[in-house]
Design a protein around this ligand. Structure first.
Ligand code: ADP
Length: 527
């Protein structure tokens, strides 16, 4: 037992590096360890549906890396190798850009209705392959099947929404300034889009970008995370099946900095859209300056979740639980600091401990699981560092606080009490299943604490007072605010941050603006 655990720990250590590394052609296909029965059966189902794609997609062709190199995709719950996918770099990216560029004219010239129909068909295919896509996500990312199925619906909703929105991209006619003129504003697609996405939502972060881009008439080169390319490739396969023309949607993965640089340096790429860490987002923003690209960034958060004395305790516990522990705390809108007013602190803390105790940790393929593993060893080490920092500065562990007995990258759902603003848990995003409780006295103090960060993505408040809901919502320097609700993302509302959490909005009617340019046309001498 101890040996098995040590081996699993060693596999986790070696297996999921911070930056995934390419392997030479000879290592292709041969997985390092045998797959568990559950994972094997799931992979078989995905393969039988024709959705196990391991090559990049360039100009409608599935292609290997030009030097034949591959990269391992592993299951974070077990360390087993799921597949070897093409490990691409700048040459493949340049070809993907060229293919997106040569398709741009024909795709953008289709009528909105034609683009809408293709997107709608893609949506239908995603929904009809819900189970295979969810299995892929659970296998390569670790999230429980229930959450993975939720992500398929959420991810698909962006395609459906923007299929509809494609037909509503209106221009304007402006009252003329001189009587012999007519002034018009056209909205036109920005051009080729480079979309770089993270591992925590392997499908939705892609559809949230590609949906509006294609709806507007843009063509796209997607670079999914090297940890979770299989879901992206399966979704791209379904796009081809839906009749989205070859070259309109391309996928390359492998050497992230090389692919990123190729996208940044190309004058044909007119827009970069990125979801991921603030550090990489800043690099991409700086790198876009040379060719003056449009940029949208959805970066890290440090979400406050404020529980006031006048909150409904059941609503606050349920909301905080959802906001904190979804995807084992690995989302940028996860509650990162739970600020609790003194009068309700003890009562909330004990009810919250009870609720968190009931979370079942395990392999996401098991039905009872509500908390999967963390993405890799580095993620666990980061959590450990934050916990050590907090306890060394006087915080107390109320629940959990260590690696889970399952080994690998499983970590116990954790609650830390008496967290203060000098601790890493307060200042930075922990990105793991750790809920820090921070006591406060007054509303003013809570607002000050909440805004005392460079991040500004999501915030949550729990109160029964309507005036307070308004006051605090308006005072919070955040792009999204949940009032008495912990799960607020939806395709119909704008998602995005202020301060260093990013630029631009995704989803909703506002989401299309990021992929459009305005063109003013002045028609003169009309008398
Ligand atoms: P996370 O910590 O959530 O993995 P990252 O910002 O490291 O966030 O990764 C998000 C996406 O950005 C991934 O697809 C990753 O491969 C990509 N990425 C990382 N470094 C670079 C880079 N230098 N240029 C372009 N993309 C990058």
């Amino acid at each position: 037992m101890a040996l098995a655990m040590a081996m699993r720990r060693a596999a986790a250590l070696g297996a999921r590096h911070i930056l995934a590394a390419c392997a030479s052609p000879s290592s292709r296909v041969v997985p390092r360890c045998h797959m568990s029965a559950d994972a094997g059966a799931a992979m078989e189902k995905i393969r039988a549906a024709g959705l196990l794609r391991t090559q990049g997609l360039i100009g409608g062709q599935w292609v290997d890396a030009y030097d034949g190199r591959t990269i391992e995709v592993q299951n974070p719950a077990t360390g087993e190798v799921l597949a070897n996918v093409s490990c691409m770099g700048s040459r493949e990216t340049s070809d993907a850009i060229a293919s997106a560029h040569s398709t741009f004219y024909s795709w953008s010239k289709l009528t909105a209705s034609e683009r809408s129909k293709a997107l709608r068909k893609w949506y239908d295919l995603i929904i009809s392959h819900k189970e295979e896509l969810a299995l892929l996500m659970t296998l390569e990312q670790g999230k429980p099947m229930k959450e993975a199925l939720g992500e398929v619906n959420y991810g698909a909703s962006f395609i459906e929404y923007f299929a509809e929105e494609a037909k509503r991209i209106y221009g304007d006619i402006i009252p003329q300034s001189l009587s012999d003129r007519r002034l018009l504003v056209l909205k036109q697609p920005v051009g080729v889009v480079g979309a770089i996405t993270p591992w925590n939502f392997p499908l939705a972060m892609i559809t949230r970008k590609v949906g509006p881009a294609l709806a507007c008439g843009c063509t796209v080169v997607v670079k999914p995370s090297e940890f979770t390319p299989l879901t992206a490739l399966a979704a791209a396969d379904l796009a081809l099946q839906a009749g989205i023309p070859a070259g309109t949607l391309n996928v390359v993965m492998g050497n992230a900095p090389e692919i990123g640089d190729a996208l940044l340096q190309s004058t044909q790429v007119r827009k970069i859209t990125f979801t991921g860490s603030t550090a990489v987002g800043k690099k991409l923003m700086a790198g876009s300056a040379n060719t003056v690209k449009k940029v949208s960034l959805e970066l890290g958060g440090n979400a406050p979740c404020i529980v006031f004395d006048d909150a409904d305790i059941d609503v606050a516990v349920k909301g905080s639980l959802a906001a904190k522990f979804r995807n084992s705390g690995q989302t940028c809108v996860c509650a990162n600091r739970i600020l609790v007013q003194e009068g309700i602190y003890e009562k909330f803390a004990s009810a919250f401990v009870m609720a968190v105790q009931s979370l079942q940790v395990g392999n996401g393929l098991e039905e009872s699981t509500s908390q999967g593993p963390l993405i890799n060893e580095a993620a666990v080490q980061k959590v450990e560092k934050f916990i050590n920092d907090a306890t060394s500065k006087g915080a107390n562990i109320m629940l959990g606080g260590k690696r889970h007995s399952l080994g690998m990258t499983f970590y116990e759902p954790t609650i830390v009490g008496n967290v203060s603003n000098d601790m890493l848990l307060f200042r930075e995003e922990v990105f793991g299943p750790v809920a820090p409780l921070v006591p406060f006295k007054t509303e003013e103090e809570a607002i000050h604490m909440a805004n005392d960060t460079n991040a500004g993505l999501a915030a949550y408040i729990f109160t029964k007072s309507i005036p307070r809901s308004w006051r605090v919502s308006e005072a919070l320097e955040y792009g999204l605010v949940g009032v008495n609700e912990g799960l607020i993302s939806t395709e119909v509302a704008p998602f995005g941050g202020v301060k260093q959490s990013g630029l631009g909005r995704e989803g909703s009617k506002y989401g299309v603006d990021e992929y459009l340019e305005l063109k003013y046309i002045c028609m003169g001498n009309l008398n």
